[in-house]
Design a protein around this ligand. Sequence first.
Ligand code: SAH
Ligand code: F3S
Length: 483
Amino acid sequence: MPSVYIKTYGCQMNVRDSEAVAAQLLARGYTLAPSEEQADIVLLNTCSVRDHAEQTALNKMRALAADFRRSGREVVLGFLGCMAQSRGAELLRQVPGVDLVLGTQKLHRTADYLDELLRGRRTAVVDTAPEAGSESAIREHLPALNGSTPVTAYVSIMQGCNQHCTFCIVPQTRGPERSRSIRDIVAECRELAARGVKEVILLGQIVTSYGRRPGPDGRPGWLAPDEPWPVADGDGGRPRSPFVRLLEAVHEVDGIERIRFTAPHPKGYGEDLIEAYGRLPKLVESAHLPVQSGSNRILKLMRRGYTRERFLEIVARLRAVKPGMGISTDIIVGFPGETEEDFEQTLELCREVEFDNVFLFKYSPRRNTPAATMPGALPQEVIEERHARALELINQIARRRYAAMVGRTVQILVEGPSKKNPQRMMGRTRCNKIVVFEGSERHRGQLLDVRIVRAGSYTLYGDPAIVGIAPVERGAPVDEAEG
Ligand code: SAH
Ligand code: F3S
């Protein structure tokens, strides 16, 4: 059978989508090639969030097409995902040699289309049409690639985003919000737990809006079409958002020890979600709160739906419930019209919050987004200069936050060998910091107490030997003050 190589760009959703496509192709009898040079089919799963990501994938595909043309090998080349969705058929013209362009709602058709291309029934396929129900179309995605089950697994809970932040292309590439049912998601988590998965990461473009949009007949978005409705509530009158209901349901799954999720929106941090951190021990003390800017004027232009003050209030509430909360964020520098003063307010917000981790982006205009035509586009030098200043501050704060962990004993979930040094093992604290330690394969999948002995750049070094061998209580942090 032909072999496939899939290269992934972009966010965790793309990683999960690539896993799903790989699982689908394996089930159809395809094999996975160890490298692109050895593959009969090369698929690039693309990202459109910034121009840089698009250019990287375009250049990669051009280089592949040129290589295969030179060597005379017949290789099927395909673009999947966000850039395929936003550019569609134009990709066939932009990169001669490409055979397949599959949008974000069509990934479950990959095997069918490859079959047709390989049998010569079609010379090229472009499919970017929306498809009802595609959010539930491919579930099977556990990568049993190297033989051992991963400790952590992604679970897609919804697709799309209706927020339409003025800089963002995602609502165009991923479409409107569509949620899977709580019943299906829980069933998937149970299967994962049965296969040895210990941690699930619930994924979506805006997970805090999970299930908020009603289905076609007005039924709640988190109910399966064949489930009775209205449902008996049984929650003692406590009002909860569909997302918190989902967290509670996943929390019930035996064998799942930790629950994470990404990406939320700050406006989704209502009291019910904040309070859930105190109530659900498997929900780890980690929150990714994309702030984007510290200036109210810019937040408004971005159409983010919260103010700097509201954002700070959410952070304070979360830290009141869980003092050891790890907080990360996304920031964009150089949004159109951003003044030095606006930028200073972003820096000031960083000093105030002291984020553990910041994903810092240079503003990149995206086609058909409102921000792309806003006045006040900044010269690239200004963007570069602000980016450098912000990065320095962010790194300085993170160094302090990491150094403050030295001497503490924390619980980690061991994921496997460290990427940088496979002789060592790595795990994550509940607050989402990576800990590297001298361990062995037998630690994989264990919740382990380690004492932090040293802090490096965005990495902690731990020593499990110092701590007693008493088993760690399920799901509970060892040290309440710091997960
Ligand atoms: N909720 C989504 C957001 C996707 S984009 C998710 O994380 O899954 C991720 C981040 O990229 C955004 O939070 C934003 O900080 C950044 N980003 C999005 N559009 C951008 C643009 N046009 N230019 C620069 N950065 C951008
Ligand atoms: Fe993009 Fe804003 Fe949605 S950043 S993914 S439009 S919440």
